[in-house]
Design a binder for this molecule. Structure first.
Ligand code: T4K
Length: 393
């Protein structure tokens, strides 16, 4: 019998830079007494990110949700936007806050991103944009979506909340589409406690985003538009600067964890992993999603999610329920029945993955999963025994 972990194993834990290093950075903030409103640390963080992403077209925010809301507002998106129901609620909320109607389209079954083959049928005269999500850091079908957007004159916006550090064909993923939003929330592989970033193609958008995140102020006496307050502060920016230095090693550790899961879970019937990404993709190992097949594994996804808590293992069902099933979005008519998204949402379980998770602990999580499968198989064999005996076998 495998004993429970002494401390809870969560789906993720934030990376933290060495405490002393962070305190040295804080000292500078203390000395300057500049805490927010486009301070020197934010400027440094912006410069670091510009060189990381090889572009000047970057704007920072206090979280990813407001960044996306402001992106939609600044780009003048209206009417209907084609999007995925298989994401975190913030993707759809950003549309709602801009009075845009989400049009939910199904996902593809392998990496769970918006299915381009289903997008065109959902386009109407009111469609202005596609808002796709690189869910788990898995890149969307970039060429197919770009082709549809070009042919129908739609803006192509990516929610890249999970995709920091991902490259496709050697290019940072934020270079694809008209604009990408990245989340720097603490649960993300790269974070600034809370935070968000927009990366965009048109340089002219930066001025607009700067106004919108700072009440619309042009100067002390002029307000050029009704903006909001979505500024990143100096302490957030410091965390971002310091974490960026460790990104490479964070991704390497996650890669090693993913390799253990891939090797061990391949032996367990009913636990299905997403296929490896194409060679052109440099992945960030942001999440480790698996689908649980109840028949093959012997236990439903929900039963497994509950059972693992007995070992102090706290997985998550990212992303269940589907966004279109939340009461606030249920009244929106959906094109078709979204069979793939529905199947995946009913089977998905995201397993713990973060840089501080020991490989031994990953092995133990796999042992627990294997043990559960074997005991379920044994139970069903025992249950079948009397029936077999009755027919004399
Ligand atoms: N678009 C997409 C596709 C997104 O996934 C998100 C955010 C957004 C947009 C919006 O970006 P932001 O506005 O958040 O920048 C979490 C995050 O709050 C959320 O940022 C994230 N997606 C979503 C997928 O996950 P919860 O409610 O599941 O988080 P919570 O608090 O339950 O944390 C999960 C686990 O992480 C905990 O069980 C333990 C661990 N944890 C968490 C925190 C906050 C820690 O160890 N330390 C911590 O400080 O939403």
């Amino acid at each position: 019998m495998i004993p429970p972990f002494e401390k809870p194993i969560y789906v993720t834990r934030p990376f933290l830079p060495p405490f002393e290093e962070f305190c040295r950075g804080l000292q500078d903030i203390w000395d300057s007494r500049w805490l927010t409103n486009d301070g020197p640390v934010l400027k440094r963080f912006t410069r670091d990110l510009c060189s990381f992403f090889e572009t000047e077209n970057i704007c920072l925010f206090n979280n990813g949700t407001l960044a996306l809301q402001i992106a939609l507002q600044g780009m003048g998106i209206s009417g209907e936007v084609i999007t995925t129901p298989y994401t975190f609620v913030a993707t759809t909320h950003a549309l709602f806050w801009n009075k845009i109607r989400p049009v939910f389209v199904d996902i593809e079954p392998y990496h769970y991103t918006l299915d381009p083959d289903k997008v065109e049928a959902a386009i109407t005269p009111w469609t202005t944009a596609i808002l796709a999500v690189h869910v788990y850091g898995h890149p969307c079908k970039l060429n197919a979506l770009a082709d549809i957007a070009r042919r129908h004159n739609l803006r192509l916006i990516y929610d890249a909340a999970h995709a920091f550090g991902v490259k496709v064909g050697g290019r940072p993923i934020g270079h694809y589409g008209d604009l990408s939003m990245f989340s720097f929330h603490s649960t993300k592989l790269f974070h600034s406690v809370e935070g968000g970033m927009l990366l965009f193609r048109e340089a002219g958008l930066r001025g607009l985003f700067d106004y919108l995140k700072n009440f619309g102020f042009k100067n002390e006496v002029e307000v050029v538009m009704p903006g909001t307050n979505a500024k990143m502060n100096e302490v957030q920016a410091l965390m971002g600067i310091q974490n960026l230095k460790y990104l490479g090693q964070t991704i390497e550790k996650r890669k090693a964890i993913s390799a253990v899961y891939r090797k061990r879970l391949a032996e367990i019937p009913g636990i299905h992993m997403a296929p490896e990404l194409p060679a052109a993709v440099q992945y960030n190992y942001a999440y480790f999603p698996v689908e649980v097949d109840e028949q093959e594994f012997g236990m439903s996804r929900d039963a497994l999610y509950d059972k693992l808590k007995e070992w102090n293992v706290y997985t998550r069902r990212y992303f269940y329920p589907l966004i279109c099933d939340y009461p606030c979005y249920r009244s929106i008519p959906v094109n078709g029945s979204l069979p793939v998204a529905r199947r995946v949402a009913g089977r998905i379980l995201t397993l713990p993955i973060y840089d501080g998770l020991a490989l031994n602990d990953v092995e133990t999580i796999c042992d627990i999963l294997l043990g559960l499968h074997q005991s379920m198989r044994m139970q069903s064999a025992q249950a079948a025994m009397p029936a077999l005996a009755a027919v004399g076998r």
